[in-house]
Write a protein that binds this ligand. Structure first.
Ligand SMILES: C[S@@+](CC[C@H](N)C(=O)[O-])C[C@H]1O[C@@H](n2cnc3c(N)ncnc32)[C@H](O)[C@@H]1O
Length: 277
């Protein structure tokens, strides 16, 4: 059994280093996700792993523990609507607004194993001729090394491509490799993957026209959500668009965004005059 002392140590470490807010009701998560790590590292139990980490604060082991505790659930075209809105409204609007500089920058923050940025890239590839001679870049970041390695490889199982990916996209943008599917270079080429912890600040990334941060902030406490959402507002271009997950909202957290509701779905724009949260 994991002792309260170990739990407290792990809760505090995960909160400080990744933003993940856990309490005793999530003890089962610690048990199921860290038991394999303890074994791999040669510790008889999670308590021994915790004790070792306390005495030897080594970064590789901490990173392994953080990786294991992340929920990497994702899929191609997750929730469908944000992508319809992106393709049908947001990108066409940006093509007009950015006509002079011919540049569009998109960030998916918390990209997990890559399905979200690759979905965006497939949509952009599909728009082909309209985007010729445009400089388009998708930055995709995550804290978890394991998820990022899979994202960079761009190889997915039959199960993963069956979840949400229309068959026309599968045949057009993937090559079959025995039982797996590899995303084509044409899609990969628009995406740059990088490790980034959202807690470490990100103003150095520059300004983005579109930010996706979907199903990431739900794991954070209220103060961390405020801090991170307000930073997103700071680096969103004046006509830029912010996408959150279906169960997430800036309402009650920050007054820096306005909700935009369209028949194709919901997104957020930056307020020029901040309102009450
Ligand atoms: C549930 S997945 C969401 C993936 C994708 N955005 C989607 O909606 O399908 C959440 C991702 O956020 C990442 N994450 C959690 N905390 C993070 C942090 N502090 N910095 C960067 N990424 C983080 C996790 O590693 C995980 O891959």
């Amino acid at each position: 059994m994991v002792t309260q002392e170990t739990l407290n140590f792990l809760f505090s470490l995960l909160h400080k280093e990744s933003g993940l807010a856990l309490d005793d009701s999530k003890t089962y998560l610690i048990e199921t996700r860290l038991d394999p790590i303890a074994r791999q590292e040669g510790f008889p139990s999670i308590n021994d792993l915790g004790r070792h980490m306390k005495q030897h604060p080594s970064q590789p082991l901490r990173q392994k523990v953080i990786d294991a505790m992340m929920t990497n659930e994702t899929s191609f075209f997750r929730d469908v609507k944000p992508f319809e809105l992106l393709k049908g409204v947001v990108i066409p609007d940006l093509l007009k607004a950015n006509e002079k500089g011919r540049r569009i920058r998109i960030w998916t923050a918390g990209c997990s194993t890559g399905q979200e940025p690759y979905t965006i890239s497939m949509l952009l590839c599909e728009m082909g001729p309209a985007l010729r001679q445009w400089d388009i870049g998708i930055l995709a970041t995550d804290i978890a090394d394991g998820a990022l390695a899979r994202a960079k490889a761009g190889i997915y199982s039959q199960y993963e491509v069956q979840r949400g990916l229309p068959v026309t996209y599968l045949t057009r943008f993937f090559n079959q490799r025995k039982t797996e599917w590899e995303i084509k270079q044409e899609v990969k080429r628009l995406v740059e993957f990088r490790r980034l912890n959202l807690l470490s600040g990100f103003s150095h990334l520059g300004i983005f026209d579109v930010i996706f941060c979907r199903n990431v902030l739900i794991y954070f406490d209220a103060d961390t959500k405020v801090r991170i959402m307000e930073q997103f507002a700071d680096i969103l271009s004046s006509g830029g668009v912010f996408f959150l997950g279906g169960a997430e909202t800036p309402f009650g957290i920050t007054g820096k965004f306005t909700r935009i509701e369209t028949e194709k779905g919901v997104c957020y724009k930056k307020n020029t005059i901040p309102m009450q949260p």
